[in-house]
Every structure is written in C-alpha cells, then in structure tokens.
Design a protein around this ligand. Structure first.
Ligand code: DGL
Length: 267
C-alpha cells in the first residue's frame, strides 16, 4: 500500500476530465491536480515555453511527494513528455501514448483521425505514436482550436458546436475516418455533439484510456493505495468561473474548493 498522491497537471480546466476518469477508476487514490489557468492556453504557445511550464509544474508536484505524474494536457505531452520522463525517476505518463494505443487497438481500418490544438498537430506526436504501433496507418490530423473556446464558454450541446463539428470533421469523415482521437483535454465534453453529427464515429477519450494505464502501472509497481477514500486536492493558477463550473460539474458543488497556487515563473 502506498498512500502518496498521484500528480496530474493540465494547462487549465480540461484536465479535470482526466482527473475524474482516474478518480472513477481508482477511488482509493489521493490526487493532486494543478490547472495552469493563468497561463492557459498552451496550444498557441512556443514549444520551449510549454516545456518550461511543464518542468516547473512537475518540480512542484515532485516536491509534494507524488508517486507518479500524469500529463493530462495533450499539448504538454507532445512538447515535454520525453524530457520529463528523462529528468525524473518516478513514472511520468502522457495522454498521447494512451490515446494512440487505444486508437490502434480499436480501429478496424487503417485510417485514424486526430483533432487537437495547433501545437499538438504541429508536433505530429500522435502520428509518430500511432505509426510506431501500426506503421501502415494513415493518420489524418485536424486542428480544432475553436472547440476549446466553445467548451470554455460552456457551449457543449448547441447548434454552434454542431456547426463547428461539421466544419472540422467533415473532410476526414468523407475519406473514411471512423476512429477519431479526441486529442485535447476539452474535447471529451463534446462527445455527444460529435456523435449527434457523426453517429458512426468511434471516439477515443484519452482521459479514460490513461486512467486504465495509470491503474496498470500502480499494480505492476505495487504502489496502489487501498482501504481509504481518496482525497482530491485541486490547485489552479487563477480561479476562474470556468474552472469553478467544471469542478462542480465533475465532482459536485459540495466538493473541495480549488486552491489558488502560483508556481515559480508564473508570477
Ligand atoms: N490542455 C490543452 C490540450 O489538451 C487544452 C488546450 C490548450 O491549452 O491550448 O491541448
């Protein structure tokens, strides 16, 4: 039994979907979540900047004695995961590998679609991760930045969302994509809208997938916690209406409040 917490971080609010998936899969685990709402978004930043932010947050989580780190942010996973893994001795895992593995397992053809931020698309991290498993796969990427703003606005089931869904996904659907990776933490909140427009699309929720991988790692390393109810401690670098709303949506309005935390370099 190991009651050290799992550290999870994201550029902002979207990683709460990953946090919820991990909590549901492992209710006994303590979790520390940091959402960098003050420096959000990461998807439009230079890669060096995202690496610097990711290293600062990782150092903070390590100082809190976490037993593993989940990089819930696709943009940060694309930019910094390799570096964080090399520089730290505890397991550090990211959503991109988990999403790619799930898509390869679930796809019936060789076409896999990815929607993500511009930075994640430009990194081609999903293409590399998928092709390592399925070298013949055809990966069709599409940046879908407007989805991030729609979710931040609280619009997840509106006509404007369905319009954007058509605009972003139509082309890949027309050429035969039926497996689509939701390559940004915000996008699982749009699952219903996406499937309203394209019912045949099988959607890969990287949060659900990484939760399964976290569980496997904890069991393999014999570092699970058990017998106590896991505590979730939420930090954000800016307490915005959006993070409050999503916290209530995922964990209930009586859940613990979000603590404001400015990490070095964030000042
Ligand atoms: N967490 C980010 C991601 O998954 C959301 C968008 C952003 O920060 O630009 O890419």
């Amino acid at each position: 039994m190991d009651d050290r917490p799992i550290g999870i971080f994201d550029s902002g609010v979207g990683g709460l979907s990953v946090c919820k998936a991990i909590k549901d899969a492992m209710p006994d685990e303590h979790i520390i979540y940091f959402g960098d709402t003050n420096r959000f978004p990461y998807g439009t930043k230079a890669i060096e900047t995202v690496i610097r932010y990711s290293k600062e947050i990782t150092a903070y989580l390590i100082s809190k004695n976490v037993k593993m780190i989940v990089v819930a942010c696709n943009t940060a996973s694309a930019a910094a995961l390799d570096i964080l893994q090399k520089e730290n001795s505890i397991p550090v895992i990211g959503v991109i590998g988990a999403g790619a593995r799930a898509a390869c397992r679930k796809t019936s053809g060789n076409k896999i679609g990815v929607i993500a931020t511009r930075a994640t698309v430009a990194s081609e991290s999903y293409i590399k991760a998928i092709k390592e498993i399925l070298p013949d796969a055809e990966v069709i990427q599409q940046q879908a930045s407007v989805f991030v703003s729609l979710v931040e606005e609280g619009w997840t089931d509106d006509d404007i969302v369905r319009f954007a869904v058509k605009k972003y996904i139509n082309n890949m659907y027309a050429i035969g994509v039926r497996t689509l990776i939701l390559g940004c933490t915000h996008f699982p909140l749009l699952k219903k809208a996406i499937n309203d427009v394209f019912p045949e699309l099988s959607l890969i929720d990287t949060g659900e997938e990484i939760a399964l991988e976290v569980k496997k790692i904890l069991i393999k390393k014999n570092i699970e916690n058990s017998g106590t109810k896991g505590k979730i401690t939420l930090y954000a670098s800016d307490i915005t209406d959006t993070i409050e709303r999503l916290k209530d949506m995922f964990f209930g309005s009586d859940s613990n409040k979000i603590n404001k935390l400015i990490i070095d370099g964030d000042k």
